[in-house]
Write a protein of this length. Sequence first.
Length: 432
Amino acid sequence: MTLLPSKLALRVALILLLVLFAGSTAFVVTLRARLQDVTAPQVAGDLSTSIAGIRAALAALTPEQKEVWLQQLNAGGEAKLQAMPGPPAEGGPSRPMLRRIDADLRRLSGDDTRVRLESRSSSRMLVEFRAGGGFYRLSLPARGLAWSALLPLVWLFLSMAGAVWAAVLIVLWQVNRPLKRSAESLARSVDQLAEIDMPRSAPLEFRIFAERFNTLAARLRAQERERGLVLAGVSHDLRAPLTRIRMRAELVDDRAAAQSLVRDAESMQHIIDQFLDYQRAGMADGMRPVDVGEIARGVVARYRQLGAGVELAEQGRLSVMASGPIVERILDNLIDNALAYGAVPVEVRVTGSAAGGTLEVRDHGSGIPPQDMARLLQPFERLDEARSAQGHCGLGLPIVDRLARQIGGRLSLSNHPSGGLSALLSFEGLSA
Protein backbone atom coordinates (compact mmCIF):
# COMPACT_ATOMS: atom_id res chain seq x y z
CA MET A 1 0.00 0.00 0.00
CA THR A 2 1.39 3.37 -1.02
CA LEU A 3 1.04 6.55 1.03
CA LEU A 4 1.10 8.76 -2.07
CA PRO A 5 -2.04 9.54 -4.11
CA SER A 6 -2.46 7.90 -7.49
CA LYS A 7 -2.47 11.01 -9.70
CA LEU A 8 0.87 12.42 -10.82
CA ALA A 9 -0.11 16.04 -10.11
CA LEU A 10 -1.13 15.22 -6.54
CA ARG A 11 2.05 13.22 -5.97
CA VAL A 12 4.28 16.04 -7.19
CA ALA A 13 2.29 18.61 -5.19
CA LEU A 14 2.60 16.50 -2.04
CA ILE A 15 6.33 15.99 -2.53
CA LEU A 16 6.75 19.73 -3.16
CA LEU A 17 4.87 20.56 0.03
CA LEU A 18 7.09 18.18 1.99
CA VAL A 19 10.21 19.76 0.49
CA LEU A 20 8.94 23.26 1.25
CA PHE A 21 8.06 22.21 4.80
CA ALA A 22 11.55 20.76 5.33
CA GLY A 23 13.11 23.89 3.83
CA SER A 24 10.97 26.14 6.01
CA THR A 25 11.95 24.19 9.12
CA ALA A 26 15.63 24.45 8.26
CA PHE A 27 15.18 28.14 7.49
CA VAL A 28 13.52 28.82 10.87
CA VAL A 29 16.27 26.94 12.71
CA THR A 30 18.89 28.94 10.82
CA LEU A 31 17.10 32.21 11.62
CA ARG A 32 16.92 31.38 15.29
CA ALA A 33 20.62 30.56 15.41
CA ARG A 34 21.48 33.76 13.57
CA LEU A 35 19.32 35.89 15.85
CA GLN A 36 20.85 34.37 18.95
CA ASP A 37 24.42 34.71 17.65
CA VAL A 38 24.15 38.18 16.09
CA THR A 39 21.08 40.11 17.17
CA ALA A 40 21.02 39.15 20.87
CA PRO A 41 24.54 40.48 21.66
CA GLN A 42 23.76 43.68 19.75
CA VAL A 43 20.52 44.27 21.67
CA ALA A 44 22.23 43.45 24.98
CA GLY A 45 25.03 45.92 24.19
CA ASP A 46 22.54 48.72 23.38
CA LEU A 47 20.59 48.03 26.57
CA SER A 48 23.80 47.98 28.62
CA THR A 49 24.76 51.41 27.23
CA SER A 50 21.28 52.80 28.05
CA ILE A 51 21.38 51.36 31.57
CA ALA A 52 24.83 52.85 32.19
CA GLY A 53 23.54 56.28 31.11
CA ILE A 54 20.45 55.98 33.35
CA ARG A 55 22.60 54.97 36.31
CA ALA A 56 24.92 57.90 35.79
CA ALA A 57 22.02 60.36 35.56
CA LEU A 58 20.25 59.00 38.66
CA ALA A 59 23.47 59.06 40.68
CA ALA A 60 23.95 62.79 39.97
CA LEU A 61 20.36 63.90 40.81
CA THR A 62 18.67 64.68 44.11
CA PRO A 63 15.40 62.88 44.95
CA GLU A 64 13.35 65.93 43.86
CA GLN A 65 15.29 66.17 40.62
CA LYS A 66 14.79 62.46 39.99
CA GLU A 67 11.00 62.91 40.08
CA VAL A 68 11.11 65.75 37.58
CA TRP A 69 13.58 63.90 35.35
CA LEU A 70 11.44 60.72 35.29
CA GLN A 71 8.36 62.75 34.40
CA GLN A 72 10.18 64.44 31.54
CA LEU A 73 11.69 61.13 30.34
CA ASN A 74 8.29 59.37 30.29
CA ALA A 75 6.46 62.30 28.67
CA GLY A 76 7.39 61.32 25.11
CA GLY A 77 8.49 58.23 23.23
CA GLU A 78 7.66 54.58 23.71
CA ALA A 79 10.33 53.83 26.36
CA LYS A 80 9.11 54.15 29.96
CA LEU A 81 11.22 54.21 33.14
CA GLN A 82 9.61 53.58 36.53
CA ALA A 83 10.87 53.05 40.09
CA MET A 84 10.34 49.58 41.60
CA PRO A 85 9.47 48.89 45.25
CA GLY A 86 11.94 46.00 45.49
CA PRO A 87 14.56 43.96 43.62
CA PRO A 88 13.67 42.03 40.43
CA ALA A 89 12.07 38.62 40.81
CA GLU A 90 14.29 35.59 40.32
CA GLY A 91 14.05 33.49 37.18
CA GLY A 92 14.70 34.18 33.53
CA PRO A 93 12.50 34.63 30.48
CA SER A 94 10.99 31.63 28.68
CA ARG A 95 11.85 32.61 25.10
CA PRO A 96 15.28 31.56 23.80
CA MET A 97 16.05 35.00 22.35
CA LEU A 98 15.25 36.81 25.60
CA ARG A 99 17.25 34.27 27.59
CA ARG A 100 20.28 35.02 25.41
CA ILE A 101 19.74 38.80 25.80
CA ASP A 102 19.27 38.36 29.57
CA ALA A 103 22.53 36.39 29.91
CA ASP A 104 24.54 38.90 27.84
CA LEU A 105 23.03 41.89 29.67
CA ARG A 106 23.77 40.43 33.11
CA ARG A 107 27.34 39.87 32.00
CA LEU A 108 27.63 43.48 30.82
CA SER A 109 25.55 45.31 33.47
CA GLY A 110 25.66 43.07 36.56
CA ASP A 111 23.78 40.14 38.02
CA ASP A 112 21.07 42.44 39.44
CA THR A 113 19.76 43.03 35.92
CA ARG A 114 16.80 41.03 34.54
CA VAL A 115 15.06 40.88 31.15
CA ARG A 116 11.51 39.53 30.64
CA LEU A 117 8.28 40.14 28.73
CA GLU A 118 5.52 42.17 30.33
CA SER A 119 3.18 39.18 29.72
CA ARG A 120 3.10 36.13 27.42
CA SER A 121 0.89 37.97 24.92
CA SER A 122 2.57 41.37 25.31
CA SER A 123 4.87 42.98 22.77
CA ARG A 124 6.81 45.00 25.41
CA MET A 125 10.09 43.95 26.96
CA LEU A 126 10.91 44.84 30.60
CA VAL A 127 14.48 45.45 31.76
CA GLU A 128 14.80 45.60 35.58
CA PHE A 129 18.03 46.78 37.19
CA ARG A 130 19.58 48.55 40.24
CA ALA A 131 20.44 52.28 39.89
CA GLY A 132 20.86 55.28 42.23
CA GLY A 133 20.30 53.28 45.42
CA GLY A 134 17.00 51.77 44.18
CA PHE A 135 15.51 49.49 41.55
CA TYR A 136 14.02 50.60 38.26
CA ARG A 137 12.07 49.05 35.40
CA LEU A 138 12.64 50.09 31.77
CA SER A 139 9.74 49.18 29.46
CA LEU A 140 10.60 48.96 25.76
CA PRO A 141 8.67 47.84 22.65
CA ALA A 142 9.77 44.32 21.67
CA ARG A 143 7.98 44.07 18.33
CA GLY A 144 10.24 43.39 15.39
CA LEU A 145 13.11 42.56 17.71
CA ALA A 146 13.57 39.05 16.34
CA TRP A 147 12.70 39.35 12.66
CA SER A 148 13.39 42.88 11.51
CA ALA A 149 17.04 42.22 10.78
CA LEU A 150 16.24 39.22 8.60
CA LEU A 151 13.19 40.39 6.64
CA PRO A 152 15.18 40.44 3.37
CA LEU A 153 16.07 36.78 3.86
CA VAL A 154 12.44 35.92 4.61
CA TRP A 155 11.30 37.70 1.46
CA LEU A 156 13.99 35.88 -0.56
CA PHE A 157 12.87 32.51 0.78
CA LEU A 158 9.21 33.17 0.05
CA SER A 159 10.06 34.40 -3.45
CA MET A 160 12.08 31.27 -4.16
CA ALA A 161 9.28 29.04 -2.85
CA GLY A 162 6.76 30.81 -5.08
CA ALA A 163 9.05 30.49 -8.09
CA VAL A 164 9.56 26.76 -7.44
CA TRP A 165 5.80 26.25 -7.06
CA ALA A 166 5.10 28.09 -10.32
CA ALA A 167 7.79 26.08 -12.12
CA VAL A 168 6.33 22.79 -10.87
CA LEU A 169 2.83 23.78 -12.00
CA ILE A 170 4.16 24.61 -15.46
CA VAL A 171 6.01 21.30 -15.66
CA LEU A 172 2.92 19.41 -14.50
CA TRP A 173 0.84 21.17 -17.13
CA GLN A 174 3.37 20.29 -19.81
CA VAL A 175 3.55 16.67 -18.66
CA ASN A 176 -0.14 16.03 -17.92
CA ARG A 177 -1.39 17.08 -21.36
CA PRO A 178 0.61 14.51 -23.36
CA LEU A 179 0.05 11.90 -20.63
CA LYS A 180 -3.71 12.41 -20.81
CA ARG A 181 -3.60 12.31 -24.61
CA SER A 182 -1.55 9.10 -24.47
CA ALA A 183 -3.94 7.51 -21.97
CA GLU A 184 -6.96 8.32 -24.15
CA SER A 185 -5.26 6.88 -27.23
CA LEU A 186 -4.24 3.75 -25.34
CA ALA A 187 -7.82 3.31 -24.12
CA ARG A 188 -9.05 3.48 -27.72
CA SER A 189 -6.27 1.13 -28.80
CA VAL A 190 -7.58 -1.68 -26.63
CA ASP A 191 -9.92 -2.64 -29.48
CA GLN A 192 -9.08 -0.34 -32.38
CA LEU A 193 -5.27 0.07 -32.23
CA ALA A 194 -5.66 3.83 -32.57
CA GLU A 195 -2.56 5.96 -33.00
CA ILE A 196 -1.48 8.63 -30.51
CA ASP A 197 -1.73 12.12 -31.95
CA MET A 198 1.03 13.89 -30.00
CA PRO A 199 1.43 17.66 -30.61
CA ARG A 200 4.81 19.02 -31.62
CA SER A 201 4.84 21.18 -28.48
CA ALA A 202 4.94 18.06 -26.27
CA PRO A 203 8.25 17.10 -24.61
CA LEU A 204 10.66 15.12 -26.77
CA GLU A 205 10.31 11.96 -24.68
CA PHE A 206 6.55 11.87 -25.20
CA ARG A 207 6.90 12.44 -28.93
CA ILE A 208 9.39 9.56 -29.13
CA PHE A 209 7.00 7.36 -27.14
CA ALA A 210 4.08 8.27 -29.44
CA GLU A 211 6.15 7.62 -32.55
CA ARG A 212 7.25 4.18 -31.38
CA PHE A 213 3.77 3.30 -30.18
CA ASN A 214 2.28 4.31 -33.53
CA THR A 215 4.86 2.12 -35.28
CA LEU A 216 3.85 -0.79 -33.06
CA ALA A 217 0.15 -0.11 -33.66
CA ALA A 218 0.72 -0.04 -37.44
CA ARG A 219 2.53 -3.39 -37.29
CA LEU A 220 -0.25 -4.92 -35.20
CA ARG A 221 -2.89 -3.65 -37.63
CA ALA A 222 -0.91 -5.15 -40.51
CA GLN A 223 -0.70 -8.47 -38.65
CA GLU A 224 -4.43 -8.27 -37.95
CA ARG A 225 -5.17 -7.78 -41.63
CA GLU A 226 -2.78 -10.58 -42.57
CA ARG A 227 -4.43 -12.92 -40.07
CA GLY A 228 -7.82 -12.03 -41.50
CA LEU A 229 -6.62 -12.80 -45.00
CA VAL A 230 -5.15 -16.13 -43.85
CA LEU A 231 -8.36 -17.13 -42.09
CA ALA A 232 -10.45 -16.06 -45.05
CA GLY A 233 -8.19 -18.05 -47.38
CA VAL A 234 -8.32 -21.12 -45.14
CA SER A 235 -12.11 -20.89 -45.00
CA HIS A 236 -12.36 -20.56 -48.77
CA ASP A 237 -9.97 -23.45 -49.40
CA LEU A 238 -11.71 -25.76 -46.92
CA ARG A 239 -15.24 -25.15 -48.12
CA ALA A 240 -14.70 -27.12 -51.34
CA PRO A 241 -13.28 -30.26 -49.59
CA LEU A 242 -16.07 -30.12 -47.02
CA THR A 243 -18.65 -29.93 -49.79
CA ARG A 244 -17.07 -32.94 -51.51
CA ILE A 245 -17.14 -34.85 -48.21
CA ARG A 246 -20.87 -34.22 -47.89
CA MET A 247 -21.47 -35.28 -51.51
CA ARG A 248 -19.47 -38.48 -51.11
CA ALA A 249 -21.28 -39.26 -47.88
CA GLU A 250 -24.47 -39.50 -49.93
CA LEU A 251 -22.87 -42.32 -51.95
CA VAL A 252 -21.90 -44.38 -48.91
CA ASP A 253 -24.16 -47.39 -48.44
CA ASP A 254 -23.69 -47.45 -44.69
CA ARG A 255 -26.11 -44.70 -43.59
CA ALA A 256 -24.67 -44.54 -40.05
CA ALA A 257 -21.18 -43.95 -41.44
CA ALA A 258 -22.56 -41.39 -43.89
CA GLN A 259 -24.31 -39.45 -41.16
CA SER A 260 -21.11 -39.53 -39.08
CA LEU A 261 -19.16 -38.03 -41.99
CA VAL A 262 -21.77 -35.30 -42.45
CA ARG A 263 -21.66 -34.43 -38.73
CA ASP A 264 -17.86 -34.21 -38.82
CA ALA A 265 -18.03 -31.95 -41.87
CA GLU A 266 -20.61 -29.73 -40.18
CA SER A 267 -18.43 -29.54 -37.03
CA MET A 268 -15.43 -28.50 -39.12
CA GLN A 269 -17.55 -25.86 -40.87
CA HIS A 270 -18.79 -24.56 -37.52
CA ILE A 271 -15.23 -24.27 -36.19
CA ILE A 272 -14.18 -22.36 -39.31
CA ASP A 273 -17.15 -20.02 -38.96
CA GLN A 274 -16.24 -19.37 -35.32
CA PHE A 275 -12.67 -18.45 -36.27
CA LEU A 276 -13.95 -16.06 -38.92
CA ASP A 277 -16.50 -14.53 -36.56
CA TYR A 278 -13.80 -13.96 -33.92
CA GLN A 279 -11.64 -12.29 -36.55
CA ARG A 280 -14.48 -10.08 -37.83
CA ALA A 281 -15.38 -9.12 -34.24
CA GLY A 282 -12.38 -6.78 -34.20
CA MET A 283 -13.36 -5.06 -37.43
CA ALA A 284 -15.67 -2.05 -37.30
CA ASP A 285 -18.77 -2.19 -39.52
CA GLY A 286 -20.85 0.79 -40.53
CA MET A 287 -22.18 2.18 -37.27
CA ARG A 288 -25.66 3.70 -36.95
CA PRO A 289 -28.39 3.82 -34.28
CA VAL A 290 -30.16 0.45 -34.16
CA ASP A 291 -33.10 -0.77 -32.09
CA VAL A 292 -31.79 -3.73 -30.09
CA GLY A 293 -35.29 -4.78 -29.02
CA GLU A 294 -36.54 -4.98 -32.60
CA ILE A 295 -33.50 -7.00 -33.69
CA ALA A 296 -33.96 -9.35 -30.71
CA ARG A 297 -37.59 -9.95 -31.70
CA GLY A 298 -36.51 -10.98 -35.20
CA VAL A 299 -33.71 -13.26 -33.96
CA VAL A 300 -36.00 -15.00 -31.43
CA ALA A 301 -38.68 -15.49 -34.14
CA ARG A 302 -36.07 -17.18 -36.37
CA TYR A 303 -35.08 -19.61 -33.60
CA ARG A 304 -38.70 -20.40 -32.81
CA GLN A 305 -39.33 -21.26 -36.46
CA LEU A 306 -36.56 -23.85 -36.12
CA GLY A 307 -38.30 -25.31 -33.04
CA ALA A 308 -35.77 -24.03 -30.48
CA GLY A 309 -36.98 -23.20 -26.97
CA VAL A 310 -36.19 -19.47 -27.13
CA GLU A 311 -38.53 -16.79 -25.74
CA LEU A 312 -38.55 -12.98 -25.84
CA ALA A 313 -39.34 -12.31 -22.18
CA GLU A 314 -39.14 -8.50 -22.46
CA GLN A 315 -38.74 -6.13 -25.39
CA GLY A 316 -37.76 -2.69 -24.18
CA ARG A 317 -36.57 0.11 -26.42
CA LEU A 318 -32.78 0.30 -26.44
CA SER A 319 -30.96 2.25 -29.16
CA VAL A 320 -27.20 1.77 -29.55
CA MET A 321 -24.61 2.83 -32.11
CA ALA A 322 -23.92 -0.43 -33.90
CA SER A 323 -25.01 -2.33 -36.99
CA GLY A 324 -27.68 -4.95 -37.43
CA PRO A 325 -25.24 -7.80 -38.20
CA ILE A 326 -23.19 -7.07 -35.05
CA VAL A 327 -26.22 -7.24 -32.74
CA GLU A 328 -27.46 -10.36 -34.53
CA ARG A 329 -24.07 -12.08 -34.15
CA ILE A 330 -24.10 -11.22 -30.44
CA LEU A 331 -27.55 -12.73 -29.98
CA ASP A 332 -26.77 -15.79 -32.11
CA ASN A 333 -23.66 -16.61 -30.09
CA LEU A 334 -25.36 -16.07 -26.73
CA ILE A 335 -28.43 -18.12 -27.68
CA ASP A 336 -26.33 -20.91 -29.24
CA ASN A 337 -24.19 -21.04 -26.11
CA ALA A 338 -27.29 -21.19 -23.89
CA LEU A 339 -28.86 -23.98 -26.00
CA ALA A 340 -25.61 -25.96 -26.12
CA TYR A 341 -24.58 -25.69 -22.47
CA GLY A 342 -27.77 -24.75 -20.60
CA ALA A 343 -31.39 -25.84 -20.67
CA VAL A 344 -34.57 -24.46 -22.25
CA PRO A 345 -36.36 -22.17 -22.14
CA VAL A 346 -33.76 -19.58 -23.13
CA GLU A 347 -35.09 -16.13 -22.27
CA VAL A 348 -34.06 -12.91 -24.03
CA ARG A 349 -34.69 -9.58 -22.30
CA VAL A 350 -34.08 -6.06 -23.59
CA THR A 351 -34.47 -3.10 -21.21
CA GLY A 352 -33.88 0.57 -21.80
CA SER A 353 -33.92 3.80 -19.81
CA ALA A 354 -32.56 7.33 -19.96
CA ALA A 355 -29.36 6.16 -18.24
CA GLY A 356 -28.71 3.22 -20.60
CA GLY A 357 -30.01 -0.30 -20.97
CA THR A 358 -29.28 -4.03 -20.95
CA LEU A 359 -29.50 -7.06 -23.22
CA GLU A 360 -29.77 -10.33 -21.28
CA VAL A 361 -29.82 -13.96 -22.44
CA ARG A 362 -30.58 -16.46 -19.70
CA ASP A 363 -30.93 -20.23 -19.74
CA HIS A 364 -32.47 -22.54 -17.14
CA GLY A 365 -29.57 -24.94 -16.72
CA SER A 366 -27.42 -25.64 -13.68
CA GLY A 367 -25.17 -22.59 -14.16
CA ILE A 368 -21.40 -22.68 -13.77
CA PRO A 369 -19.02 -22.36 -10.79
CA PRO A 370 -18.31 -18.67 -9.98
CA GLN A 371 -14.55 -19.24 -10.16
CA ASP A 372 -14.90 -20.27 -13.82
CA MET A 373 -16.75 -17.13 -14.97
CA ALA A 374 -13.62 -15.28 -16.09
CA ARG A 375 -12.29 -18.31 -17.99
CA LEU A 376 -15.30 -18.36 -20.30
CA LEU A 377 -14.37 -14.94 -21.73
CA GLN A 378 -10.88 -16.14 -22.70
CA PRO A 379 -10.43 -17.50 -26.26
CA PHE A 380 -10.28 -21.31 -26.60
CA GLU A 381 -11.30 -21.90 -22.97
CA ARG A 382 -13.89 -24.67 -22.55
CA LEU A 383 -15.31 -26.04 -19.31
CA ASP A 384 -16.39 -29.23 -21.07
CA GLU A 385 -13.56 -30.58 -23.22
CA ALA A 386 -15.93 -33.08 -24.82
CA ARG A 387 -17.64 -30.17 -26.62
CA SER A 388 -14.58 -29.71 -28.84
CA ALA A 389 -15.56 -32.84 -30.74
CA GLN A 390 -18.90 -31.23 -31.61
CA GLY A 391 -17.51 -28.16 -33.33
CA HIS A 392 -17.06 -25.98 -30.21
CA CYS A 393 -13.63 -24.37 -29.87
CA GLY A 394 -14.28 -21.91 -27.02
CA LEU A 395 -14.79 -18.74 -29.09
CA GLY A 396 -18.51 -18.08 -28.66
CA LEU A 397 -18.41 -15.86 -25.57
CA PRO A 398 -15.06 -14.19 -26.49
CA ILE A 399 -16.69 -13.17 -29.80
CA VAL A 400 -19.59 -11.64 -27.88
CA ASP A 401 -17.17 -9.86 -25.52
CA ARG A 402 -15.20 -8.29 -28.42
CA LEU A 403 -18.36 -7.27 -30.28
CA ALA A 404 -19.91 -5.79 -27.10
CA ARG A 405 -16.84 -3.63 -26.38
CA GLN A 406 -16.80 -2.54 -30.02
CA ILE A 407 -20.29 -1.00 -29.66
CA GLY A 408 -19.74 0.44 -26.18
CA GLY A 409 -21.19 -2.41 -24.10
CA ARG A 410 -19.83 -4.58 -21.31
CA LEU A 411 -20.47 -8.31 -20.98
CA SER A 412 -20.83 -9.90 -17.56
CA LEU A 413 -21.72 -13.47 -16.59
CA SER A 414 -23.53 -14.57 -13.43
CA ASN A 415 -25.64 -17.40 -12.09
CA HIS A 416 -29.29 -16.34 -11.96
CA PRO A 417 -30.89 -16.57 -8.48
CA SER A 418 -33.62 -18.80 -9.95
CA GLY A 419 -31.13 -21.04 -11.74
CA GLY A 420 -29.24 -20.98 -14.99
CA LEU A 421 -26.54 -18.76 -16.45
CA SER A 422 -27.24 -15.10 -17.21
CA ALA A 423 -25.19 -13.29 -19.86
CA LEU A 424 -25.81 -9.56 -19.47
CA LEU A 425 -24.68 -6.79 -21.84
CA SER A 426 -24.80 -3.36 -20.17
CA PHE A 427 -24.86 -0.05 -22.05
CA GLU A 428 -24.48 3.24 -20.17
CA GLY A 429 -25.29 6.82 -21.14
CA LEU A 430 -27.61 5.84 -24.00
CA SER A 431 -31.06 7.07 -24.89
CA ALA A 432 -33.93 4.70 -24.33
